[in-house]
Design a protein around this ligand. Sequence first.
Ligand SMILES: *Cc1c(COP(=O)(O)O)cnc(C)c1O
Length: 496
Amino acid sequence: MTRRGGGSVPEDELGHGYPATAPAPGGMAPGEFREWGHRFVDWVSDYLEGIDAYPVLARTKPGEVRDALPAEPPATGEPLHALFEDFRSVIVPGITHWNHPAFFGYFAVSGSGPGILGELLAAALNVNAMVWKSSPAATELEEVTLGWLRSFLGLPPEFTGAINDTASTSTFLALAAARERYLPEAREDGMSAAPAGRVYTSREAHSSVLKAVHALGFGRRGVRAVATGPDRAMDPAALADAINHDVTSGFRPLAVVATIGTTSTTAVDPVAAIAGIARSRGLWLHVDAAYAGVAAALPGMGHHFTGWERADSIVVNPHKWLFTPVDCSVLYVRDPSWLRAAFSLVPAYLETSETGVTHLMDQGLALGRRFRALKLWFVMRYFGQEGLREILARHVAFARRLAHAVDAAAGWELWRPSPFSLVVLRRSPPGVSGGERDALNLSIMDRVNRSGAAFLSPTEIGGETWLRFAIGNVHTAARHVNATWEALREAANEAG
Ligand SMILES: *Cc1c(COP(=O)(O)O)cnc(C)c1O
C-alpha cells in the first residue's frame, strides 16, 4: 500500500489491528482465484462443447429455484466448491439454454467464444467509462469498434455510435433527443408547458417504442400506430395522412420510428419513402433494426436497407445476431449534439479538463457504463468481416431452405418468404381453421418445446397464431434445423 496525504501518518496507525499485507487477488485466499478460474473455464468449455445434450427449455416449475435456496445470505463465507455445486445442481437446471443450437424462439441469441472471453476480461478490469479519463481505452475502443461496425454495415461516417444495454434503452435515448430538438418548449418547464407531441410508428413496431414514448411523458396518445399493408410493413401514405391530420388537430409531430425486421415477422418498413416524409415534415427518423441490422453487411440485402442512411438515429443489437454476449445494443446518431443537449449535465466532481475527447456519460441516461466494446471488438477481430458474413449467410440459407420445405409440405403454411433468418409457419390441415387451428399450433409447439429438443415461440398475425422459427445461433448446423422441422411434423402427427 502506498502512503497518502504526504506520508505524515504511519500506515500501521491508520490500519491498526488489520494485517499489513494486501489481500490475495480478488480478496480471495492465495491461489484460490487462479485455481477456480481454471476450473470455471473448463466448465464453460465443457458446457459449450456439450450444449446439444441440455434440454433447450428449462423444465423447472415456478418457484422451484427460489425454494431450493436459503432466504438469507450465509452469516460466514462459504467455500467456492459449495457455490459451484449449487450452480450446477440448482441454477443450471433452471436455465433455458439460449446457447443451444436448436434455440429457435424469439430471436436466437448466442454468445460466441471470443465474446465470452472478452466479457471475462471486461469483468476483470471492471472499469467504468463515465468520462474519458475514468477509462480512456474503454471510451476510445468503443469509438473505434463502433466505427468498424458502421463501416461493416455500410453506413456513412456521419453516424456516431454508443453502446447501451438494450434496444429499448437506445430507442428511448433517440426519442429523448428528438424531443430535445423538436419540442424545445419542454426543456425548461417540462411536459406541462409543451404542446402534445406525437411519435409515429407502425402497428407492428416493438413494444419498446410505446414504452419509450410513455416514459418520455407523451402518454398513450403520444403514439400513433400507423396502418400496415398485407406484408405488415408501414404504409407510407397512411403515415403522411396521419401527420396531416394531427397537424390540423393541434398535435406536434416529432418523430417516426421505422422498423427493418419487425419482431413478429421481420417485416421491413419502406424506409426510403418514410425518410422522404420525415425529411419534408421536419421529423426525427429513428430506424429500429435491432435484430436485422447486421444483415446489411450481406451482399444481396441492400434493398431492405435503402434509405436508412438518411435516418437521424439507428439501433442495431450485436447481442442479437452478431454473436456478442448480452448485453450490447448500439445506437448510431447523425448528430450527437441532440443527445448531449438532452443528457449532458455535469456535476462538479465529474468536470474534466481534457479537450477533444468523448465523455460517454453525455450520450445517455446512465452515468456508469460497462466496458461492452471489448467483447464486440473481440468478436469482430476473431471472425473478421468475412467470417461474420459467412455465419450470417449460413443462417439466411438455412431459413430459405426451411421456408421452401414448409411451403412444399402438405398441411403446412408459410407466412411469406423470409427476408432474413426468421421463418414464420403454421400447421394448417384442410378443414381446420380459426381458434381450432390456433390451438393445434400451440399444442404442436408445446410438444416440441417440452421434449427439450428445440424451442420455438408463437406470434399473432391478424389475430391468428403462427410459429416463429428464428435461426441465428452461432452453434446452429443444418442438422438442428432439419431435426426441428422433423420434430414439428412428428408433433403434428401426434396432435392429430
Ligand atoms: C428485440 C427487439 C427490440 C428490443 O430489444 P432489447 O434489446 O431486448 O430491448 C426492439 N426492436 C426490435 C425490432 C426487436 O426485434
